[in-house]
Write a protein that binds this ligand. Structure first.
Ligand code: MG
Length: 250
């Protein structure tokens, strides 16, 4: 299904869903600390989404068994929360969450430090966040999708970070995954961005090489060299002016 161009009413509903995603992240920022399990974080996210009359988009999606994806250290995306996975000082954790409201989806991810982290990990988090916002800056009516991908790539390359190739951003709205796919590096894509489109941009950058693999649980994506990975994502509404970020509190 194409990202198409959403109506004013559809954008209003997506903004509500995006706000709920932002509320979850606000809670995660406070709750991520040494000693808590990733299942504990999942339970909090579930409660917030339910209290705000949304549906957890990820739960049951392709059979995914949880509300959030919780991906610690060398896990890139799609980590399954577990009672047995306890965060410890110096870890980093990427949390991805989706909320559906009246059939419209908001999708956003952020990587959080657990207590004090290494300088390398700080750089990884800062650079991946910067790459996200460099991409967002390019999301304007009349731009090419490749401009977004290229902006992300340039920020990653400036710090020598690995760019995950097999996963990327996507149109979002009536479905979590709509056209187009958004690479995090230039591919020469001439897909034209138009106002009213809603697209999630989500750089996944590695402290080491690009390569990743899927673990035996069939979900968790992990770096091949087991170096840490970060993941930042927002759902963006393209307008005639400034990019409109839907997954922030408004
Ligand atoms: Mg996404």
């Amino acid at each position: 299904m194409s990202a198409g161009r959403k109506s004013r009413e559809e954008i209003k509903i997506m903004r509500y869903a995006g706000n709920v995603v932002a509320l979850v992240h606000e809670a995660m920022r406070k709750e991520v600390k040494p000693g808590v399990s990733t299942k504990y974080l999942d339970d909090i996210a579930a409660k917030i989404i339910k209290e705000n009359k949304c549906i957890p988009t990820f739960l049951g999606y392709g059979g995914f068994p949880a509300v959030i994806c919780a991906s610690v250290n060398d896990n890139v995306v799609h980590g399954i929360p577990s009672e047995d996975e306890i965060l410890k000082e110096g870890d980093i954790i990427s949390i991805d969450v989706g909320a559906t409201y009246h059939g419209m989806v908001g999708d956003g991810a952020w990587t959080y430090p657990v207590g004090e982290i290494s300088d390398d990990c700080k750089m990884l988090l800062e650079t991946t966040e910067k790459a996200l916002f460099a991409g967002i800056e390019k999301m304007r009516d009349g731009a090419f999708l490749d401009d977004v991908s290229g902006a992300v790539e340039d920020v990653a390359n400036a710090k020598g970070l690995g760019i995950v190739r097999q996963y990327g951003g996507h149109g979002v709205g009536h479905q979590m995954h709509e056209e187009p796919f958004v690479f995090n590096y230039r591919v020469g894509n001439k897909y034209l961005l138009k106002s009213g489109m809603t697209i999630a941009v989500e750089p996944m950058l590695n402290l080491g090489g690009d390569d990743v693999y899927v673990q035996e649980d069939k979900w968790t994506v992990t770096t091949k060299d087991h170096k840490p990975s970060a993941h930042f994502e927002h759902t963006i509404h393209i307008t005639d002016g400034e990019p409109d970020i839907l997954t922030i509190l408004s």
